[in-house]
Design a protein around this ligand. Structure first.
Ligand code: ADP
Ligand code: AMP
Length: 215
């Protein structure tokens, strides 16, 4: 199964991706997590990506497309994958489509987690993440069990550098301008599925499973 998760920053893609990946046994590939890992390792890719991420801008297509092309050729992607945060531009979507078509493959669906802008600031400024495994928490809606440490791996959760109110607003503008056209793009490909992302984390997951199992 090959799935793309769509939705604005803060929609719940990372949160749902963990559950989808576990239930359907497909790797969760988050370009944001890959960039953040490269930043902590201070690789050339991380140093370059950080310039854009700190401002809430997209990392240029050429860097991001090459990164994903390489990742999708790895052994664990043989039976499918779940892309979270990729594609984010029409050029990225076209590149993915071409790479799949070259192997006579296609996506099973692009799943939009639909959340209106007025919900997002609260979700993103209250988000806490595990710097080690990438698990996403929220101080009000989904806190770690002891309030401080990741439930999965025990590391102390932190606030992401780009989850401040000013950067969040910029990221939402970037989403509307550069990424939201992908909703029409995947509608045109007959691959778009939509779930209501304003419901509870469990209820969003239920909707997602129903949609996936009806394909
Ligand atoms: P994305 O990966 O789309 O940027 P996340 O999965 O990190 O978003 O979720 C953003 C924030 O919102 C996190 O703090 C997460 O715990 C919280 N969250 C996710 N889904 C819901 C939901 N359905 N209801 C309330 N809060 C949610
Ligand atoms: P995310 O973790 O998905 O919220 O992404 C965090 C940041 O990483 C974004 O604001 C971008 O700067 C960068 N990023 C992640 N995925 C992409 C992508 N597909 N294209 C360009 N930039 C990306």
């Amino acid at each position: 199964m090959k799935i793309v998760l769509l939705g604005p920053p803060g929609a719940g893609k990372g949160t749902q991706a963990k559950s989808i990946s576990n239930k359907y046994s497909i790797p969760h590939i988050s370009t944001g997590d890959i960039f953040r890992y490269n930043i902590t390792q201070m690789t050339p890719l991380g140093i370059e990506a950080k310039k854009y991420m700190d401002k809430g801008q997209l990392v240029p297509d050429d860097l991001t497309i090459d990164l994903i092309k390489d990742r999708l050729t790895q052994e664990d992607c043989k039976n499918g994958y779940l892309l979270d945060g990729y594609p984010r531009t029409v050029a990225q979507a076209e590149s993915l489509k071409n790479a799949l078509e070259a192997n006579n493959e296609k996506l099973d669906c692009a799943l939009l987690i639909d959340v209106p802008r007025e919900f997002i600031l609260d979700r993103m400024t209250g988000r806490r993440v595990c710097p080690s495994c990438g698990a996403s928490y929220h101080i009000k809606y989904n806190p770690p069990k002891n309030g401080v440490n990741c439930d999965e791996c025990g590391n102390e959760v932190i606030q992401r550098a780009d989850d401040t109110a000013s950067t969040v607003n910029n990221r939402l503008d970037v989403y509307e301008k550069q990424t939201s056209p992908l909703v029409e793009y995947y509608k045109g490909e007959n691959q778009l599925l939509v779930v209501d992302g304003t419901q509870s984390i469990n209820d969003v997951f239920k909707q997602i499973c129903e949609k996936i199992e009806a394909i």
